[in-house]
Write a protein that binds this ligand. Sequence first.
Ligand code: NAD
Length: 345
Amino acid sequence: MTPHHRLRTVLVTGGCGFIGSHLIRHLLGSDPQVVVVNLDALTYAGIQERLAEVASAHASRYRFRHGDVCDDQLVERIFQEHGPDTVIHLAAESHVDRAISGPDRFMRTNVLGTMTLLKAAHSAWQGRTDVRFHQVSTDEVFGSLPSTGLFTESSPYRPSNPYSATKAAADHLVQAWHHTYGLPVTISYGTNTYGPQQCPEKLIPLAITRALAGQPIPLYGDGQHIRDWMYVDDHVRGIEAIVRTAETGGRFLVGSHQELTNRDLLERLCRVLDQQRPRHSGAKYRDLIVSAADRPGHDRRYASDTSHLRATLGWRAEVGIDEGLLRTVRWHVEQTGTEGDAVLK
Ligand code: NAD
């Protein structure tokens, strides 16, 4: 694995979000040369406390800038004041249900925000080659798969909901800036990611929070929708490997080849909860699972072939689903008291 890009000052957007906060913790904790500037608007999904320990442990190498990726003057100022050589762009509206009920914010942040950053990077970097713009995308841009087959990097874009459509549009802008202006870019397409500190509206943290509160755990439709579940540390290491070592223009699927139906996933999760925090009544958490109306246009199956990333950069997912669920449940259990005490935020 030949390093192509040395990280010095990294502008992370959306660093107070779920994946961004794990990424910043990893970068600052593993490389003493790296300085991180975190630009985050602190929407409902952005929580500064996720980084409280990191901010104090690495105070000289961490800067927080509160603001919007669509604010071109602020973004230009950040380039002038901090001189980042690397952008890792995660800031996004990321929840599919919110995109269905209110797509406008998704268009603004995910599309216009990405263009604002691309313009600022192009203008600040002036043709430099020792720089890197990394776009954190999602496997959802490729749409829904039938029961067999896997997405590859040559799969056509077929986004089918307002969230994935705006992420796809952003990816096209990133590729356009590469082809038109020579901006050194890379793109990762991550699969469904989970782990500690995720917003409780997403499937796994929602299920755990409800279970610990003794409340019904909703399962969409027939529960047969299939996703490839990746532990957040694996996703973060995948992003890092691409940013540091991929050739410019590289595009990579990042996933863990752990396909599960939503029903299988929730049942596994309930078994981990049964072990870690048995219910007072002796009942099983599985009994709390209830059917909920399906999401409109719900994609049936996502699954990614990660052989390009494994063969080119030597990355592979290391955390199996049972270990990942155990770590996630333990984190939630530490945050809550006994059954019935958990609070739904
Ligand atoms: P998240 O919703 O937890 O965090 C998003 C962050 O972006 C928040 O801190 C929020 O405050 C910030 N943000 C939102 N709008 C902003 C704006 N206009 N300006 C500045 N900051 C803004 O998201 P996540 O789950 O951590 O996902 C991060 C990225 O990874 C997203 O781009 C998402 O599309 C992508 N992704 C997520 C997953 C997943 O399963 N979570 C999988 C693949 C790819």
